[in-house]
Design a protein around this ligand. Structure first.
Ligand code: FES
Length: 100
């Protein structure tokens, strides 16, 4: 069971994730202050997070639609992803996810 570390102004929270769920589902279950405004459809940008850089190549690639949306966000960074589009796998164990 991979562990995800959510980092916010309140500090770090380590959460058990399940393979196959999305990063947004893990965050919502954990109550770390991240919400999906469009219900995980990948069209609103409210679930943007910053991924620990060394894990970027271990997560599923962003679609063109996701990349377009991330580039349009005012606080987007090179390590931004939409949490609703990131699928949990065992390879992500120990990943730090920063909540803007
Ligand atoms: S919940 Fe809207 S983009 Fe992820």
């Amino acid at each position: 069971m991979p562990k995800i570390i959510f980092r916010s102004k309140e500090g770090d929270k380590v959460v058990d994730a399940r393979e196959g769920e999305t990063l947004l589902e893990v965050a919502e279950r954990a109550g770390v202050g991240l919400f999906g405004g469009c219900g995980g459809a990948g069209v609103c940008g409210s679930c943007q997070v910053y991924i620990e850089p060394k894990y970027l190549e271990k997560i599923n690639e962003a679609s063109f639609e996701e990349q377009d949306l991330l580039e349009a966000l005012p606080n987007g960074k090179v390590n931004s992803r939409l949490a609703c589009q990131v699928k949990i796998s065992d390879k992500l164990d120990g990943m730090v996810v920063e909540i803007p």
